[in-house]
Design a protein around this ligand. Structure first.
Ligand SMILES: NC(=O)c1ccc[n+]([C@@H]2O[C@H](COP(=O)([O-])OP(=O)(O)OC[C@H]3O[C@@H](n4cnc5c(N)ncnc54)[C@H](O)[C@@H]3O)[C@@H](O)[C@H]2O)c1
Length: 306
């Protein structure tokens, strides 16, 4: 195709895709049926992992739960069973340990079957300034929040590729789009998780595996306890998110094959601005939004809550 024709085609399709997005603001998108699909959720022993498990179970999915915290996971299983879910499997797995991820993944494939929806949700936060963070915690953060995604993809993608069917869900963070003072290792791990999921998603598309979808989730603070103590300077603009609502929105994004889900909605605007503003203006806006003091009051989850 010559330059003129290809440029014209891109302009017309761009116009159509934008119009399509506008139409979808008022017309609900078609939801896919996930009844009987095998959904694996890492970090399902608390927080949004547990809540997403409840949402997926209500849609008839078979649940495979992973967590390092057996007690929390058993509580998730109890809650699922008490609300009528019968097809629930749980495995203790330390996602920071590559060998353990591969070993438990083999066990899942043998005992339950091939995973078709993989939700990489397990996550930890150090909550210290970079120079105060022990090396061991920095390494652990990268292992749980990023490297575990590599190993779970390696374990479960082959079956998805063979069937050209599946969904990869990465629970990243708005801290994977914008750097935050006091969250250096966490931000690094979440930026990496976003880049990894986006790149593999493109790799799958480029190789014709368009039946495997990707959803990358970037929420602001959620009231699960992980970031207890942190406050929003302007809660109307950037509210602390409700965990139940977040879990519902993530599952909706999966059902409608949405690639990026940023929460709250204002995050789309803030993330977009970050890339087009001058550095000085960016710092001004960051200060206005309280971004430089977000972690000043961080306590994190108390042991009792765990
Ligand atoms: N809470 C927030 O404000 C917030 C905001 C943005 C993104 N996120 C992300 O959402 C995800 C879920 O967070 P949450 O708020 O539900 O936190 P949470 O602490 O309630 O849940 C995290 C779960 O991961 C598990 N986990 C930790 N290390 C593990 C390991 N090595 N192997 C297996 N499981 C492990 C924990 O036991 C826990 O059950 C995380 O990836 C987090 O980074 C959270």
């Amino acid at each position: 195709m010559n330059f003129f024709l290809e440029t014209l085609q891109v302009i017309l399709l761009s116009f159509w895709y934008n119009l399509e997005s506008l139409i979808y603001l008022v017309v609900p998108r078609k939801k896919k049926n996930i009844s009987g699909e095998l959904v694996l959720i890492t970090g399902a022993g608390s927080g949004i992992g547990r809540l997403m498990a409840q949402e997926f179970a209500a849609l008839g999915a078979v649940l495979v739960l992973w967590d390092i915290n057996e007690e929390g996971m058993k509580e998730t299983v109890r809650l699922l069973k008490s609300s009528g879910a019968s097809r629930v499997h749980h495995f203790v797995c330390d996602c920071s340990d590559k060998k353990e991820v591969y070993r438990v993944a083999e066990q899942v494939k043998r005992e339950v079957g091939d995973i078709s929806i993989l939700v990489n949700n397990a996550g930890i936060v150090t909550g210290k300034k970079f120079m105060d963070s022990p090396d061991s915690l920095i390494e652990k953060t990268m292992e749980v929040n990023t490297m575990a995604h590599f190993w779970t993809y390696k374990a479960f993608l082959p079956a998805m590729i063979a069937n050209n069917h599946g969904h990869l869900v990465s629970i990243a963070s708005s801290a994977g789009l914008i750097g935050v003072n006091g969250l250096a290792d966490y931000c690094a791990s979440k930026f990496a998780a976003v880049g990894f999921a986006e790149s593999v998603g493109l790799e799958l598309l480029a190789t014709g595996k368009d039946g495997i979808k990707t959803t990358i989730v970037c929420p602001y603070f959620i009231n699960t306890g992980m970031f207890d103590g942190c406050q929003s300077k302007w809660p109307r603009l950037l509210p602390i998110l409700n965990a139940e609502a977040v879990a519902k929105k993530i599952v909706h994004a999966v059902l409608t094959d949405q690639v990026f889900l940023l929460l709250p909605k204002s995050m789309y605007f803030i993330a977009g601005l970050k890339n087009i503003m001058s550095t000085k203006q960016g710092l001004l806006l960051g200060g206005y939004l309280g971004a430089f003091n977000l972690m000043d009051t961080f306590r994190g989850r108390s042991k009792k809550q765990e």
